[in-house]
Design a binder for this molecule. Structure first.
Ligand code: URA
Length: 216
């Protein structure tokens, strides 16, 4: 199947998903959207009120700031793919529960595999935890790491800057400098065959548990 086909299939499954209780009392599933050829994949936490109404990710206040952040990195919505760890809105925007994240995990796994992005940008601690289970966001934000053949960059959640003004500039700086640098490094790794899921790289060895720091 092509990337378009996998993404469309995941989106269709999300719309009728009842793997956990989050689907109850929501208006739309929010599978994610963007280019099937995106080099940059952004993963947030879960849909909010406006996202639930429209069935689209990051279209509320945090989304408006995300648009600004993408522009700072020289990107726009059409060129990236944006999704969340959970695809239905948690009631009252509460944190997603571990069992809800687990129930939704396969959708994200399939989206990542289909897109095969050059870099993955996590937004906030829930998507960060998928790749860096024990990390502290204050310590690793803006630092690209190579994990199982993928360049992953953890960022603060754009909504955090709406509550904490000081984080606004941190996020702008991270997007402006770390994303272009991580993309350039990912291109280099791709050229030498280091990038991609282990099965795509034709390697038999198990993925290294070591996280290779790309930029300190
Ligand atoms: N916050 C998120 O994490 N995701 C969205 O889609 C919107 C707000």
């Amino acid at each position: 199947m092509t990337a378009e086909e996998v993404l469309a299939q995941v989106a269709a499954e999300v719309q009728v998903c009842s793997k956990c209780d989050l689907c109850k009392n929501t208006t739309h599933g929010v599978p994610g959207e963007g280019s099937p050829h995106a080099e940059v994949m952004l993963i947030g936490e879960g849909p909010g009120l406006r996202e639930d109404k429209l069935g689209r990710p990051f279209v509320g206040p945090a989304g408006h700031f995300l648009d600004e952040l993408l522009a700072a990195a020289g990107l726009n919505r059409a060129s990236v793919f944006i999704t969340n760890v959970v695809k239905h809105r948690p009631p009252d925007n509460r944190d997603p529960l571990p069992e809800e994240i687990a129930a939704c995990s396969d959708y994200l796994t399939r989206q990542i595999a289909a897109l095969n992005p050059k870099i993955i940008v996590t937004l906030g601690r829930f998507s960060m935890a998928r790749f860096f289970p024990t990390a502290k966001i204050s310590q690793i934000h803006g630092k690209a790491k190579l994990i199982d053949g993928r360049v992953v960059l953890a960022m603060y959640h754009p909504a955090a800057a709406l509550h904490q003004q000081a984080l606004r500039q941190t996020l702008l700086d991270d997007f402006m400098t770390a994303i272009p640098a991580a993309l350039a490094e990912a291109q280099r790794l791709a050229a030498e065959g280091t990038l991609g899921a282990p099965e795509d790289r034709g390697k038999d060895e198990p993925p290294s548990p070591q996280q290779l720091s790309l930029f300190g």
